[in-house]
Design a protein around this ligand. Structure first.
Ligand code: FE2
Length: 301
């Protein structure tokens, strides 16, 4: 029988707040992904006036577009220069991670086989994620709008860019790149609670009103991007925006930042400025706590 739920539409199956892993054949067709306004290279991007870089970025973006047609991920044949950018950034960050990253994250990087030596491919990380939490990565050619991006998390799918930042500024990127995705985001998807929490956000995005979507964006920002966690009396970082940026990571642990206990109500009502360093960050007591408060919150939608 057809049931009507708050989320049911002709095209979309009903959403329940359970965690499920979809079998390959039950995933929505990637070719049906419709995105408007996929972010192209901004004028203030360090590579904006480098013709060779632009061509390279366009080529890698094409591979992501091809994936949407075929459903098959093409490994990127990274150039020696791209590998050098990776090695530099990954080594610098690895040192900072030893001091500031959540112990779970440190273990996860090892579990996923992410090393400072070379850029990891989405296909190899997908093989491990499938075994561990059933999460998967799908290539995307740029920054997509919030609802579409978050909604894919409801299928335990994260859209990931594959190109790398410009070599003139290895410490900086104005857009997500393979460093931000692989060093920042992907390791945390090996955590069952974090994977479930991400899926709940995805469920929420699919049924949210515009106002709720804005709140979800803030929750995502202060957790997935800039989250901190308490670990044996110490504060550690697990957010991708922190773990993939020297500047943000250093800043997050400085006296310029107020680190507050996580309060969902407060977080979803706190606006942020993505172009500036964060003055306030939120510390969760555990990933299971984060998962459960998020579940209750999404259930209220
Ligand atoms: Fe991110």
């Amino acid at each position: 029988m057809l049931t009507e739920t708050l989320s049911a539409t002709i095209d979309e199956p009903a959403v329940t707040l359970e965690n499920f892993r979809l079998a390959d054949e039950d995933l929505p067709e990637f070719r049906d992904m419709k995105f408007e306004d996929i972010n192209q290279l901004d004028l203030d991007h360090p590579g904006a006036s480098d013709e060779e870089y632009r061509e390279r970025r366009d080529h890698i973006a094409d591979l992501a577009r091809r994936f949407r047609e075929t459903g098959e991920i093409t490994d990127v044949d990274y150039t020696p220069r791209e590998q050098r950018v990776w090695r530099y950034v990954a080594e610098e960050l690895a040192e900072m991670h030893e001091k500031h990253a959540s112990p779970f994250y440190l273990k996860a990087k090892r579990d996923l086989g992410i090393t400072t030596e070379r850029i990891p491919q989405l296909t190899e990380m997908n093989r491990r994620l499938k075994e561990l939490t059933g999460f998967r990565l799908a290539p995307i050619e740029g920054l997509v709008e919030t609802r579409a991006f978050l909604s894919w998390l409801s299928y335990r799918v994260m859209l990931s860019t594959q190109y790398i930042r410009h070599h003139s500024r290895p410490d900086y990127t104005p857009e997500p790149d393979v460093v931000h995705e692989s060093i920042g985001h992907i390791p945390m998807f090996t955590n069952p609670n974090f994977a479930d929490f991400s899926q709940f956000i995805g469920h929420g995005a699919r049924v949210a009103t515009d106002k709720q979507l804005e709140e979800l964006g803030r929750l995502y920002w202060f957790t997935v991007e800039f989250g901190m966690i308490e670990n044996e009396g110490e504060i550690k970082a697990y957010g991708a925006g922190l773990l993939s940026s020297f500047g943000e990571l250093e800043h997050a642990f400085s006296d310029d930042v107020e680190r507050r206990p996580f309060d969902l109500e407060q977080v979803v009502n706190t606006s942020y400025d993505y172009s500036d360093m964060q003055p306030v960050l939120y510390v969760v007591p555990s990933y299971s706590y984060l998962k459960e408060v998020t579940r209750k919150y999404i259930e209220s939608f």
